[in-house]
Design a protein around this ligand. Sequence first.
Ligand code: FAD
Ligand code: NAD
Length: 482
Amino acid sequence: MTTETEEYDVVVLGAGPTGENLADYARSAGLTVALVESELVGGECSYWACMPSKALLRPPTALAEARRSPGARQAVKGPLDVAAVLAHRDEYASYWKDDGQAAWVAKEGIDLVRGHGRLAGERRVTVDVPGGGRRTLTARHAVGVCTGSRAAVPDLPGLAEAKPWTSREATSARQAPGRLAVVGGGVVAAEMAAAWQALGSRVTMLVRGSGLLARMESFAGELVAEGLTDAGVEIRTGAQVSEVRRPDPSGPVTITLADGGELVVDEVLFATGRAPRTEDLGLETVGLTPGQWLTVDDTCRVTDVPDGWLYAAGDVNHRALLTHQGKYQARIAGAAIGARAGGQPVDTARWGSHAATADIDAVPQVVFTDPEAASVGWTAEQAERAGRRIRTVDYDMSKVAGAGLYADGYRGRARMVVDLDRDHLLGVTFVGYGVGELLHSATVAVVGEVPMDRLWHAVPSYPTISEVWLRLLEKYRSTAGT
Ligand SMILES: Cc1cc2nc3c(=O)[nH]c(=O)nc-3n(C[C@H](O)[C@H](O)[C@H](O)COP(=O)(O)OP(=O)(O)OC[C@H]3O[C@@H](n4cnc5c(N)ncnc54)[C@H](O)[C@@H]3O)c2cc1C
Ligand SMILES: NC(=O)c1ccc[n+]([C@@H]2O[C@H](COP(=O)([O-])OP(=O)(O)OC[C@H]3O[C@@H](n4cnc5c(N)ncnc54)[C@H](O)[C@@H]3O)[C@@H](O)[C@H]2O)c1
């Protein structure tokens, strides 16, 4: 076993979107960087999450959009070409090969170290390299943990032996199962139910709560559920799975529910949340508990480790489990590491260059179902829980001229949450066709804390779906003081 020690300014564990960006920003600050990856450079997002899932969802949505447009509808003659969709997905997952991203890492002057990395005490990392052997890396300034998350599957009788799908199989499967059960009511569950129903499966969602997308405004889950039901998905709420059996490994799965009911399907997807990839990371060598999410300050420094050399960004710190937020944290942490290494001032004030702020107060998210659900910032309930004095304004998006032109029979709803004391928006939610691309306007308004009277002067183009902004603001002004 090799024990040679190699020294870098910064060692980054995990080359997902967060680790790649942290390495890049630390390198841009003039630091030497080693980036350690045990699977594929690009992480979950590139191969088993964002990219393949969106590649599966876009073609059915495009087809549905054509069918909602008179004239185009008549030109759509046949069904979805499932083989072509799956081929498109394979291309977007780079055929599960990371040559392109590894080449980018090399071009940026970052040293890629392949293998499983673990902390081995302060500023020290060991890497078990493929084919045997171990490398030891030390970091002069910082170690960044960007090891992401994995699917969390509950401990139910028979489940492990039944080999359920997780998000990995749901995004990489080569054919649609005849009958698919989806357990969970979050984003993965809703998106994957939409995708596989469109690709030919008969999908049943088993949701233990009362509806979908519980973290968004409740109308988001309701309208997305309506869309899924219209597409043929059966949604059972209040459905708690108690047991799963697959006696013949190549046969069907029997799911038993807590109320005694049974469901027989060809595959079952557990989309029941995420767990941190920290259980085999040597956390115990720096006084932390293996398997925990890593708590960080706003510069992404792990708070429970003295001397401020350990950073954690992306899913693993549990602040906002989204690629764009992991990359944002990486930009902030990379800049903070660079500034601290160079003895420069660090601006940790809210919205400062070294303080992640948006990942708590202004997280944008698009759920790529049909209709889409898009939100940024706080829901009315979150704002009220935080003790803010708010007013919510809702608008039926079907009344917007641009929405009617966009799709026949447009269905959708928008809400803005106004902070009455600070006079700006705390959150905005849009649900409807094509609203994903509308979301960034709301993100700018929330992050910029644009005063409501100034927002009035942000005139949306006619006739676009964005005109919903005008309608919301008109309603807000006409009901002022109510
Ligand atoms: C089905 C699905 C769809 C999604 N869709 C979206 C979307 O549309 N938009 C969006 O913003 N987010 C989406 N997400 C969330 C997004 O995938 C994650 O937020 C994102 O991947 C987190 O990036 P990360 O770099 O923190 O972690 P990851 O992408 O998980 O990368 C971590 C990397 O670390 C490596 N690693 C782990 N442990 C070690 C170790 N000990 N040594 C070396 N390497 C290690 C892993 O192999 C991996 O490559 C989706 C998630 C799922 C499951
Ligand atoms: N388009 C996007 O931005 C996108 C897409 C997919 C995933 N993601 C991100 O990935 C993360 C993971 O998504 P997710 O959907 O797996 O998690 P989630 O936390 O959003 O949803 C988990 C769901 O599973 C249910 N659940 C949890 N434990 C259960 C159990 N034991 N039995 C039955 N139901 C159970 C929860 O009630 C919830 O409905 C999210 O934070 C999400 O933001 C984002």
